[in-house]
Design a binder for this molecule. Structure first.
Ligand code: HEC
Ligand code: HEC
Ligand code: HEC
Length: 121
């Protein structure tokens, strides 16, 4: 009985270690990525948009200052990988993706006509 409990505990510790290792790997990969390309976070990203100018997203502009942590977007709003979701204005206007913050409360409103050119350049 005692021996069984012991081996169960070892398995749990094993799982925790594996999780910790993959997290560490993810963190160091990002660090290497940033060091290699001299970019902040995921750098500058461009999204092609159908019937509109391309959308420009700057990591630097989004992580400068206080209270702007990677976790503001990763992984609740975005994955740490380009094109992991199919975005469109319908979803964004409903408060998904960029619309999580660009809603007129935390930042400029995506539905405001004057805002279009801020993202579509
Ligand atoms: C305001 C939101 C936001 C914040 C904050 C943010 N990111 Fe991102 N990140 C994005 C978006 C958007 C993408 C692209 C996701 C997609 O296309 O599905 C992305 C993608 C990435 C990618 C992948 C880039 C590629 O070319 O595949 C990396 C790496 C990344 N982010 C790292 C970071 C790190 C590190 C931080 C903190 C220093 C951070 N991000 C903070 C929005 C953000
Ligand atoms: C906060 C940034 C942002 C603002 C502001 C914004 N858009 Fe977009 N827009 C996007 C993103 C992101 C996509 C999706 C790009 C992709 O396909 O990956 C998109 C896609 C589009 C598309 C492609 C088709 C579709 O329906 O998705 C059109 C057209 C468009 N936007 C028009 C507009 C207009 C008009 C405005 C102003 C009223 C506007 N956008 C404001 C970020 C923005
Ligand atoms: C976690 C909240 C958050 C999300 C998600 C987010 N933004 Fe922002 N964004 C901000 C804040 C805060 C600012 C700075 C305040 C301002 O300029 O209104 C900002 C500023 C900007 C600016 C003006 C600065 C610049 O780069 O010229 C653009 C453009 C922009 N965001 C585009 C986007 C796009 C495109 C997306 C989606 C791919 C997105 N943002 C997602 C919070 C967010």
């Amino acid at each position: 009985m005692g021996r069984q409990q012991g081996s169960v505990r070892i398995k749990e510790e094993d799982v925790i270690m594996k999780k910790a290792c993959s997290l560490l790997l993810a963190v160091s990969l990002v660090a290497c990525w940033s060091a290699a390309f001299g970019a902040v976070g995921g750098g500058d990203l461009t999204f092609k948009a159908k019937d509109a100018k391309a959308v420009f997203f700057s990591h630097a502009k989004h992580v400068e200052g206080e209270n702007k942590k990677c976790t503001a977007c990763h992984y609740s709003v975005f994955q740490m990988q380009k094109d992991s979701y199919k975005m469109d204005m319908g979803k964004i206007n409903k408060g998904m993706f960029c619309g999580t913050c660009h809603n007129g409360a935390r930042s400029f409103d995506v539905k405001d006509k004057a805002s279009c050119v801020k993202c579509h350049k």
